[in-house]
Design a protein around this ligand. Structure first.
Ligand SMILES: Cc1cc2nc3c(=O)[nH]c(=O)nc-3n(C[C@H](O)[C@H](O)[C@H](O)COP(=O)(O)O)c2cc1C
Length: 167
């Protein structure tokens, strides 16, 4: 049987979500998939892939614009293949403690794309994150890197297992 091809596409402003996408891609590769990791804005089409994982960071309760646009541009093709969505946001441990549901716009995308599942991962704002908001938060002790590689890997393994079970 041919190796299944999986696209992991992400919308990221300062790199935190890109890091999550890379972790998902590396885990899927370790599980035997041919996984490509691309910025969502560079995704022309998804025809070459058997499955897609699409993620974006959250800003003011909205998914990163390039993740939204990628979903819109490829709505038909995505609807015809297995799709998983993720968000990267909370700069605290809330995503570790309980399931953080998708924001309204992402919930709509889930329906539109018939996505199998959505997960929210903790995000990251550190001293190296550009912008005055980040600087302000870090200065007031509210930053941190809340991405948890083990949780990200566990979710990617779960995707791998579902893909292995589907025809
Ligand atoms: C101005 C600003 C607004 C943010 N708004 C939200 C939000 O509404 N919900 C949330 O969970 N996280 C929010 N965050 C946290 C980011 O989503 C988090 O830092 C994320 O990991 C950034 O990922 P990126 O570097 O890939 O863009 C916000 C961060 C900033 C700087």
């Amino acid at each position: 049987m041919d190796t299944k091809r999986v696209l992991v596409a992400y919308g990221s402003k300062h790199g935190a979500t890109a890091g999550i996408a890379e972790e998902i891609g590396a885990t899927l590769r370790a599980d035997g998939y041919d996984a490509a990791v691309l910025p969502a804005r560079d995704v022309k089409d998804v025809e070459d892939y058997d499955a897609v994982v699409l993620g974006g960071s959250l800003y003011a309760n909205r998914w990163h614009h390039s993740a939204r646009r990628c979903a819109r541009r490829n709505v038909e093709a995505l609807g015809g293949r297995p799709v998983w969505l993720f968000s990267s946001g909370p700069v605290d441990s809330s995503a570790e403690q309980h399931d953080v549901p998708p924001v309204r716009g992402v919930a709509r995308q889930m329906e539109r794309l018939h996505a199998r599942e959505h997960i929210t991962f903790g995000g990251s704002i550190t001293a190296s994150t550009p912008g005055w908001v980040a600087r302000y938060l870090v200065r007031h002790g509210e930053g941190g890197d809340f991405r948890n590689p083990e949780r990200i890997q566990a979710w990617a393994h779960h995707i791998g297992a579902e893909l292995a079970a589907s025809p």
